[in-house]
Ligand binder design. Structure first.
Ligand SMILES: [Zn+2]
Length: 260
């Protein structure tokens, strides 16, 4: 069972959200990937205004509604528009089919402005996937690091966070989240480097590591290689490729009556 925690509708051929998810699933089928978590629309912006945020979520809603047994939607929120984001959380997740939250680069995730969104998402049993990067050339103005996510996670011990890309600079990212038991490492997005998954398993334990691809930004094959090629036990690979994600999504799936 392989579930991918991190995919997008950008960078994929197709004129509509449904066309693009169809292509992603075609590629996923070749690799034996059963389910994709999908977030953000066909065109991205770093700090989407309310109408753009709603448009992007509408596109994901269209796509995941077409393949309810293959795709889970994560609602894209912007901490610079708290009221709109809380309304999107209700519309797409509480009252709609989405199961998780996606945060990207609009605002540093350690700022107190995120607190109401995290509290509300946690009440609704949603996991939060926060993009994190440590760029050698410097981050974008609102782009979060794993260290900032660790600060947020310490303020919200009941919430469940996924550290998107594990900071890309994963040696620093894994260390930054090591003491936060409510933060999971998402392997997606960087080049498949030997040692990445091994270090994550050694420092966090295999139950806190998740396979993700960042498709269409990256190929499924290159990202699966991080897990399949890792020098770790088979049982750890199973956890990372799908069992961990299934376990952390289960409260939400039960609540929604989603049968697997
Ligand atoms: Zn992403």
């Amino acid at each position: 069972m392989i579930w991918d925690v991190h995919t997008h509708l950008s960078g994929v051929p197709g004129d509509t959200p449904e066309d693009r998810l169809a292509r992603l699933l075609e590629f996923a089928d070749r690799m034996g990937i059963e389910r994709l978590c999908v977030s953000m629309g066909m065109n991205w912006s770093h700090d989407p205004p309310p109408d753009d945020l709603r448009r992007q979520n509408d596109e994901v809603l269209r796509a995941v509604t077409r393949w309810p047994k293959r795709a889970f939607g994560f609602v894209y929120l912007n901490p610079n528009h708290i009221e709109v984001s809380l309304a999107e959380l209700d519309r797409c997740l509480r009252d709609g089919p989405m199961v998780g939250v996606k945060l990207w680069v609009a605002r540093h995730c350690n700022t107190p402005e995120l607190d109401p969104m995290v509290r509300r998402a946690t009440e609704l049993k949603a996991v939060i996937l926060q993009h994190t990067y440590i760029k050698t050339t410097g981050n974008l103005p609102g782009e979060s690091t794993p260290m900032e996510l660790a600060e947020l996670a310490r303020r919200h011990p009941d919430a469940t966070f996924i550290c998107g890309h594990t900071g890309a600079n994963w040696e620093m990212g894994i260390r930054a989240i090591r003491d936060c038991k409510n933060v999971y490492a998402d392997l997606c997005g960087s080049d498949p480097t030997a040692g990445y998954t091994e270090m994550a398993v050694r420092e966090l334990g295999a139950t806190r590591v998740l396979y993700g691809s960042d498709a269409g930004g990256r190929s499924f094959a290159s990202q699966l290689a991080k897990v399949l090629g890792a020098d770790i036990p088979e049982s750890a690979k199973k956890l990372i490729l799908g069992e961990n994600l299934k376990r952390i999504l289960m409260p939400m799936l039960k609540l929604k009556g989603i049968k697997l």
